[in-house]
Design a protein around this ligand. Sequence first.
Ligand code: SF4
Length: 241
Amino acid sequence: MTVQTHGPGRVRSTEELKALADAAGVELADATAEEVVAWAGETFGGSLAVACSMAGDTVLPHLVSAVVPGVDVLFLDTGYHFIDTLVTRDALAEVIDARIVNVLPVQTVAEQDAQYGAKLHDREPALCCQLRKVEPIERELAGYEAWVTGIRREDNVLRAHARLVEWDATHQMVKVNPLAAWTFDDVITYAQTHGVPFNLLLTSGYPSIGCEPCTRPVAPGEDPRAGRWAGLAKTECGLHL
Ligand code: SF4
């Protein structure tokens, strides 16, 4: 199956993009989220994409679309989302000026089941994430020069040193993390203040939300991401490594 992509393509060279990322990482180290987004919008225009999981990061497309109207918002439509997540996506699309792009895996869940057997996520979650998240987002990001993510330093130790702007060596593009310094409470406060639709699972014991088969609620005081791939060594889907 041929999967459609949506980005305008890249104009700058890899070297130019890396130089931009390195310089902005220093210059904007103490900037606010809004300042970082403004810089990204001015610098990349239509070659800027926002990644949103429609979990704890709906404030991100809200922030970015206010500065870059019509910006592409990439949602990984894995086929395994909670219904709450899909409802959140549709509610958000109603209130922001952005193009929500449903990024699809090559195979439907039924086609994947036919090739690999049912519940690949229980047996080989790394392969399942590769097929349903990593490959689709890599394919889509190849059409943009920069992407904005909802990474926050408090998410886990792997993200503790995330910069507001950094070079993404994996995808060979600029990565903008305007919420890096935000806390979970900051996110909730912003969503409530600005009337941003947010995933109701967040206030039902799911501070970190992924695909339904791989997410469980966490107890008070637990690591917010402890409910992701619980019982397995896996802590990241591979998008931000
Ligand atoms: S989070 Fe689970 S269901 Fe979703 S792609 Fe990864 S392994 Fe598959």
